[in-house]
Design a protein around this ligand. Structure first.
Ligand SMILES: [Zn+2]
Ligand SMILES: [Zn+2]
Length: 554
């Protein structure tokens, strides 16, 4: 009686398994327009269908074989066991759908931020579905069992295992810093609660070191600040008052700053800024535009990129003499209309850099960011406090290009446009690796660096930095990123500039610097590098004069 249906069911299982093997992407590709499956989600779908067909088919074959030899009163139990097994197979699929598994083993596509989120949600859905099936089958199985308590315990067990699996494969992926199911962490929470410990972000030690500190009120030689911001999102009304040309000149004179190169002009205010600063005080101010931001938001069209070089010509006619600061978001975040991040060495941007060279306009370029911003935000990250305060500054994750890729792209541009002067701001954003900066300066004579906003890194390696400054004394420019932090945490414009003078001119030890307190850049102090006078002169103004005025008096 039973043999024929069983044979049929078994045969159905075999069909499923064979179907599963046939139903692969290349087979499905035969039925699409261009002969292949390109959509990543479709590939995952095919992979899942294949997986289920083979597994469920296999289970049906095993089930029907077991059924054949099992006494009839035990068959229901066996049937339920089969359903439970299917549920668990689904759970395993869910666990395997972990974004990093897909990225590294299936190699179907790159898991970006959006996909990462989507995959986590799909994963959670599949795991929950699998456990629901398992739970229902155990629940039904419970009625057949003599020892009801054992069945109830099994139900509780299914729920507990579900929670553990969700924690490991979903919660940990989506919220890597959670402490659920990390019992080692619980005592720390209690310590915090009882006031026996403090949060790392609250740690603000005051140095007890008593050591002579030479104050520098005014720079020893005239200073050209090649990196300054006229606009900043952080600026207060007081900052804006200081930045009015007449006020700024008074402060500059008192500090010994003779010229400032200021950024942030956009198409709509370039002419008025040029009028306000540069035309009014031609030896005091230069006004640059970065050419990109403020214009087109985060998406650049082909037309916009094609218009850049003629726009630069127009700006040059108005009196603009350089590009700055070319935004780090190019290469890192800004996309074109196809939704892809525009690489720094994109061909569509090349005419702009070429034109800058033709017109003798230096390109002050910010590329990438501190290396720690590309690392996971965890206890090993040396900029942990800063990143936990400003998580948006983190570029860790598959959705961002690596720092190595970004600086390779920059190198490519510098090589491709030998007649254009490029100034890598913030020590080329490689202050943690001066040997790399040295390689770039040795290889490309059209490359320079400025020292803005990286005193934390330069000043924690005073011996190496001093040797570096002396070796590359003709290629390093003074810059501060001034304007961005004025007024924050007591960093007045005077104190701000003096910290740069102190670093360059003295051998003061264990000193603070603006970015440390203003946004916890590094949680350490720095040391002055006490440069010789001739080197100091080049870095303060002579190198910049060569670039800004073509002055070869060096
Ligand atoms: Zn910058
Ligand atoms: Zn800047």
């Amino acid at each position: 009686m039973l043999k024929k249906p069983l044979l049929l069911i078994g045969f159905f299982g075999v069909l499923l398994v064979i179907g599963g093997f046939i139903f692969n992407p290349s087979f499905v590709g035969h039925f699409t327009h261009d002969g292949s499956v390109n959509s990543s989600m479709a590939l995952i779908g095919i992979f899942l269908i294949q997986f289920y067909m083979i597994t469920i088919g296999g289970l049906i074959i095993v089930e029907s074989i077991i059924f054949k030899f099992l006494p009839s009163e035990k068959r229901t139990v066996q049937y339920l066991f089969g359903i439970c097994a299917i549920g668990l197979v689904i759970v395993i699929t869910g666990v395997l759908l972990h974004p990093s598994f897909i990225e590294h083993h299936l190699n179907i596509f790159k898991v970006d931020e959006e996909r990462f989120d989507k995959l986590c949600n799909i994963q959670l859905g599949i795991i929950t579905l699998g456990f629901l099936i398992a739970f229902i089958s155990v629940f039904l199985y419970r009625g057949k069992l003599a020892v009801k308590k054992l069945a109830t315990i099994s139900l509780v067990l299914v729920i507990l295992i579900y929670l553990v699996v969700v924690d490991f494969s979903y919660v940990n992926a989506k919220y890597p810093r959670n402490i659920i199911l990390k019992p080692g962490e619980y005592s720390k929470v209690l310590d915090l609660f009882l006031g026996r410990d403090i949060l790392l972000s609250d740690f603000s030690p005051r140095s007890t070191l008593k050591v002579e500190r030479r104050q520098i009120l005014k720079a020893k030689y005239p200073v050209i600040d090649i990196h300054f911001h006229f606009h900043s999102p952080f600026m207060t009304a007081e900052d804006k008052r200081i930045l009015k040309p007449a006020n700024l000149i008074k402060v500059m004179d008192s500090l010994g700053v003779k010229t400032i190169v200021g950024f942030d002009a956009v198409e709509t205010d370039l002419d008025s800024l040029l009028g306000l600063y540069q035309r009014e005080y031609p030896d005091k101010f230069f006004v640059y535009s970065d050419m990109i931001s403020g214009d087109q938001g985060r998406i650049l069209t082909d037309e916009f990129m094609a218009s850049l070089s003629s726009k630069l010509e127009k700006f040059h006619e108005l009196g603009m003499q350089g590009i700055g600061e070319f935004p780090k978001d190019i290469g890192l975040k800004i996309k074109d209309t196809s939704g892809k991040i525009i690489p720094l060495d994109d061909k569509r941007l090349a005419p702009l850099f070429e034109k800058a060279g033709e017109l003798g306009m230096p390109v002050i370029m910010h590329t990438a960011d501190p290396t720690a911003f590309f690392d996971p935000i965890n206890k090993y990250n040396e900029r942990y406090i800063e990143l936990s305060k400003y998580p948006a500054w983190s570029y860790f994750g598959p959705q961002f290009p690596s720092k190595e890729k970004l600086i390779k792209e920059r190198e490519h541009i510098i090589k491709e446009h030998p007649k254009t002067i490029f100034i890598g701001c913030h020590m080329g954003m490689n202050p943690e690796d001066l040997s790399y900066v040295g390689y770039m300066l040795d290889t490309y004579l059209n490359y320079y660096v400025d020292i803005s906003a990286v005193l934390s890194d330069l000043g924690r390696q005073p011996y190496t930095a001093r040797k570096f400054f002396i070796k590359y004394q003709d290629r390093i420019l003074f810059g501060t990123d001034g304007g961005v932090l004025f007024g924050q945490e007591g960093w007045t414009i005077e104190r701000f500039y003096r910290s740069y003078f102190e670093f360059l001119e003295t051998e003061n030890e264990y000193i603070d610097y603006p970015e440390q307190q203003a946004h916890n850049q590094g949680n350490w102090y720095i040391y002055g590098i006490n440069l010789p006078d001739d080197v100091l002169q080049k870095i303060y103004y002579k190198n910049a004069e060569k670039i800004l005025f073509g002055n070869e008096s060096n």
